[in-house]
Design a protein around this ligand. Structure first.
Ligand SMILES: Nc1ncnc2c1ncn2[C@@H]1O[C@H](COP(=O)(O)OP(=O)(O)O)[C@@H](O)[C@H]1O
Ligand SMILES: [Mg+2]
Length: 515
């Protein structure tokens, strides 16, 4: 007698399995979990150790979903893709879509599979096929979208990095004056506004300190003409006055009207100062050449005047010896002539020092010693004696390999005398030496005072020969001109920091490399 349960069991089991697989597939769940749950249902219904679904992708890769122990052999899958197969308790049927094998359903049973099992597997495989095709397509799409998004993101970050690395402030506005780009320098600059804060708002909201009408006109001009606009701007917002070169550049998204304006702001303060320094050096060199020529011409007539004065003196003495009554005035006149000639000679010599400092022998010089020597010589200067003196000497100061100590003493003396004059004799002078940051400015000596300071407009003139603000007879205006010439001859430079009413610092920077 056959047991009805055993003969019925395979068919009803298969139906049960199919029903639960279908139920799982119809459930409203994402496809991925439907597949896993479908396989799990199949596994339970069949008492299988494993149900797995392999999928052949376009790249030839095999993607797997597994319910149970993940042991399905790739060999079984490969053979299933070649031809449905059953081996060693592993049954595999191919999953086909539009006549193409796209994967395999693999089931490992604890027993031999019967015909009903085979039908069931085929039914489930057919059920899965369209879903898998769909799943694979959307997965591919997702991968493509993700790859494209990543690429766009990379490109965007790359361009952002470029504009953020620029040492310039940069922003872009659209036709509604709304900010569409705002670079790092604009975030960190003196008017630091964060990108999040700026983007999408109008430029007038953000740059509210600038006159609205003017700003708007500048943008409108670029929108209307499509031409680059460039101008310089002074700003005091960071305390020090800074000069900016602002450029407004039209940008077109399509190929007709200007859609955006790019604004670039560059801090050109240092560059401009460099230009000015250069112009100043040129001017002084020109004055020097001129002065040298003129002074050369003056030297000869001066020598003649001196000789004639001497001659006149001898003649007067002779006349006197011969008993003639010579008025004393005449001797006084001769003396005045001689003194004035000497004074002129000195000025001529000094001016020649500025234009062509004597090429004196150069040897290693210690600026600390120069400071001490200068102070020793200044001891007797009446004005200086009353000043408070602060000395800050850098004991590790490098030697200036090519220098002339005498001339450098002359420079320091001129600076100290000026400092004394600037304080009216009541103030503090600080003499400081320190090591520079580059070998071209390797050794530095500074003379600071608490005097009246120098107005910005005067700064460019003080090194010119004969420029003086002192009463006639007290200043020749040659002191700094000579310092400039000497320092120039040492391949160094002089800097001045000054605040009106507070004081000035004159800084001599000399190279510590051989030249
Ligand atoms: N330490 C200083 N403080 C203020 N002004 C200074 C200082 N040093 C120089 N100056 C200015 O520079 C001018 C030129 O200086 P200088 O060439 O030494 O000529 P002089 O001392 O004969 O006037 C001075 O008249 C003064 O106006
Ligand atoms: Mg002087």
């Amino acid at each position: 007698m056959t047991d009805p349960t055993t003969s019925l069991a395979p068919a009803s089991r298969a139906l049960d399995a199919l029903a639960s697989v279908i139920a799982e597939f119809n459930a409203d769940r994402p496809l991925e979990s439907s597949i896993i749950r479908g396989l799990t249902a199949l596994q339970h219904s069949l008492d299988a150790r494993e149900c797995s679904l392999w999928l052949q992708t376009a790249e030839g890769l095999v993607r797997t979903w597994v319910a149970g122990e993940p042991e399905a052999l790739e060999a079984a899958v490969t053979s299933a893709l070649a031809d449905d197969a059953e081996a060693g308790g592993v049954s595999a049927v191919s999953v086909t879509s539009s006549g193409r094998r796209i994967g395999a359903l693999v089931v490992r049973l604890g027993r031999d599979a019967d015909r009903d099992d085979g039908k069931l597997f085929t039914a489930v495989a057919n059920l899965l096929a369209p879903e898998l095709v769909h799943a694979e397509r959307s997965r591919q799409l997702e991968v493509e979208v993700a790859a494209r998004t990543a690429e766009i993101d990379r490109e965007r970050r790359f361009t952002e990095k470029i504009i953020d690395s620029l040492p310039l402030g940069l922003y872009v506005i659209d036709r509604e004056y709304r900010i569409q780009a705002w670079n790092r320098k604009r975030e960190t600059g003196m008017l630091g506004v964060s990108r999040d804060e700026a983007l999408g708002r109008t430029i007038f909201d953000i740059l509210h300190r600038q006159p609205f009408e003017m700003l708007r006109r500048e943008f409108d001009e670029v929108f209307a003409t499509g031409r680059i606009q460039e101008y310089q701007m002074e700003s005091h917002s960071s305390g020090d006055p800074r000069t900016y070169r602002v450029t407004k550049i039209p940008m077109r998204l399509g190929d007709s009207a200007v859609t955006h304006v790019i604004t670039i702001g560059e801090d050109v303060t240092d560059w401009r100062e460099g230009q000015q320094r250069y112009a100043q050096a040129e001017k002084l060199a020109a004055i020097g050449t001129l002065a040298a020529g003129v002074m050369h011409e003056i030297n000869n007539p001066l020598a003649t005047i001196a000789a004639c004065g001497d001659g006149l003196g001898y003649r007067l003495e002779d006349l006197q010896k011969q008993g003639a009554a010579v008025n004393k005035d005449l001797f006084d006149y001769i003396e005045i002539i001689e003194n004035e000639v000497v004074r002129c000679k000195q000025i001529v010599d000094q001016l020649l020092d500025f234009s062509r400092p004597k090429q004196l022998a150069k040897s290693p010089v210690d600026l600390n010693e120069v400071v001490e020597k200068t102070l020793f010589l200044m001891k007797h200067h009446s004005g200086f004696r009353k000043m408070a003196l602060v000395k800050e000497l850098d004991a590790t100061l490098p030697v200036v390999p090519r220098g002339n100590a005498e001339q450098l003493v002359q420079v320091l003396m001129a600076l100290i005398i000026n400092a004394t004059d600037a304080t009216g004799g009541h103030g503090t002078i600080t003499l400081r030496t320190r090591t520079g940051t580059t070998p071209t400015d390797g050794a530095i000596v500074e003379v600071s005072d608490t005097g009246h300071g120098i107005a910005r407009a005067e700064l460019s003139k003080i090194f010119e020969p004969f420029y003086t603000t002192k009463a006639p007879g007290t200043g020749t205006g040659l002191g700094l001109a000579i310092c400039y010439g000497i320092v120039q001859d040492h391949r160094g430079r002089i800097e001045v920091d000054s605040v009106v009413g507070k004081g000035s610092t004159f800084r001599v920077l000399l190279p510590t490399i051989e030249w």
